[in-house]
Design a protein. Structure first.
Length: 293
């Protein structure tokens, strides 16, 4: 009986992607709401869920870090979300970029805290995190800028912005996407979207954000928790961050767990985060999002 139950459990996950798509198709939503995923994504989800027998004693940041570690050595794959103006929900667990890695770890951690941590719940959590107001309504509804991602998920009660109490105000102006549309395949193919993006950028630039200047990161390490999501702020005009990862503690120091373009896989940085920031002149500090229970 135990073996049959296990086989049935595995089979349910094998068809999970198809089931999520079926649920979307039967709902009062257009076809554009379909989910893009494959059997391998369901199996990866299953293996991660099976690793955690009881998460009741873990707070959300700790759980995010532990979930993230289940993706170490997963290959780096760029632009996995670029599937046109209609923006289907893409679930790709066997290939991650820096942002989808952080989102996946957070969405999976939130799923594990639910009574029924199944694949459909995970898809819902991921969609809620990734899109403005938790609603996926095309390409421009995605939270493309990490600063916007922090703000929107703070409004939804999913993360906090802890650097508001120990960091510094960040003078932020974002406009890179609207001023470089040819760098984004969807914008290049759909120039009508640029005006919408420009309006969003204006709203983002008008808000208050906080960060830790890179010269202060080592001094502020005690204020960074394992499981914090961090964006590496940049001096590149029009951008807020150029990389995203998760804080982990190694021998008492804060390191960065991230989907690395140099290692081409998810890794934990060999050097502490404070030193990691020194490696690139354009890095100016950290924006911090702390997962909430």
């Amino acid at each position: 009986m135990k073996k049959v139950t296990y086989l049935l459990y595995g089979f349910l996950f094998m068809v999970a992607c198809q089931q999520v798509n079926k649920e979307k198709a039967n709902a009062s939503t257009p076809v554009k709401q379909h989910v893009l995923c494959e059997r391998a994504d369901s199996l990866k989800f299953e293996s991660v869920v099976a690793h955690f027998s009881d998460v009741s004693s873990m707070d959300m940041p700790q759980l995010v870090a532990e979930v993230g570690k289940q993706f170490l050595a997963v290959p780096y794959v760029a632009q996995t979300l670029e599937h046109g103006e209609d923006e289907p929900l893409t679930i790709e667990l066997e290939g991650l970029d820096c942002t989808t890695f952080a989102e996946t770890a957070l969405a999976l951690a939130r799923t594990l805290k639910k009574t029924n941590p199944d694949f459909s719940q995970f898809a819902h959590e991921l969609e809620t995190i990734r899109y403005r107001n938790g609603k996926r309504e095309g390409y421009t509804s995605r939270l493309h800028y990490f600063s916007d991602w922090i703000f929107d998920n703070q409004q939804k009660g999913i993360v906090s912005q802890p650097a508001s109490s120990f960091g510094q105000a960040l003078d932020l102006t974002v406009n890179f996407m609207s001023t470089h549309p040819d760098s984004y395949p969807v914008l290049k193919a759909n120039p009508k979207l640029v005006q919408t993006l420009a309006g969003q950028e204006k709203a983002i630039s008008g808000r208050s954000y906080y960060f830790i200047p890179k010269e202060e990161v080592e001094k502020q390490e005690a204020n960074l928790q394992e499981g914090d999501l961090v964006g590496l702020a940049t001096s590149i005009a029009g951008l807020d961050v150029t990389h995203v990862g998760i804080v982990v503690v190694v021998n008492g120091r804060r390191h960065l767990m991230h989907a690395s373009t140099s290692a081409m896989q998810v890794v934990i940085s060999e050097e502490p985060l404070a030193d990691f920031l020194q490696a690139k002149k354009s890095y100016t500090g950290l924006l911090v999002a702390r997962p909430l229970d």
